[in-house]
Design a protein around this ligand. Structure first.
Ligand code: TYD
Length: 132
């Protein structure tokens, strides 16, 4: 499936830890947009959409959450709970985010600007789109 867990290089010393993400270097795309999600609650799900062309890297900076990834043929679940692991999601993957810890903080790096036209928010439409 078109997703991958990336182990990010950590620069750490007695002062703490640092991770650097660079377009087309340790990230497989050029970053055009960054957004972040915070103040999450466990009983609320997010996502439930696919992107026609967007690539993303999701990093849980603090807390934990579950990502369900679906390419129309199978479903896989990934548990994200550390800031040195990024979840790369390529094009045409349906994603659902759930089981957030309270106040989980997720940073999302994206290969393009926000464009609602580019979203597929209906699962049946997603299946039709990938099987066309
Ligand atoms: P939504 O797609 O529901 O978030 P999630 O991916 O977690 O399911 O987005 C919530 C709102 O924020 C919605 O009105 C669209 C808006 N939004 C932007 O304006 N710009 C962005 O970059 C993103 C990701 C969302």
């Amino acid at each position: 499936m078109n997703f991958n867990l990336l182990n990010l290089k950590v620069f750490g010393d007695s002062r703490g830890k640092l991770i650097s993400l660079e377009s087309n270097k340790n990230l497989p795309f050029e970053i055009k947009r960054v957004y972040y999600i915070f103040d999450t609650v466990p009983d609320q799900e997010r996502g439930k959409h696919a992107h026609r062309n967007l690539e993303q890297l999701i990093v849980v900076m603090d807390g934990a959450c579950e990502l369900v990834l679906d390419d129309g043929k199978k479903r896989e679940t990934v548990w994200l709970n550390r800031p040195d692991v990024g979840l790369y999601i390529g094009k045409n993957i349906w994603r659902e985010m759930r089981n957030f810890s309270y106040g989980c903080k997720l940073m999302v790096l994206s290969s393009d600007f926000y464009n609602e036209e580019e979203y597929i928010r209906d699962y049946n439409e997603f299946l039709k789109y990938i099987n066309h």
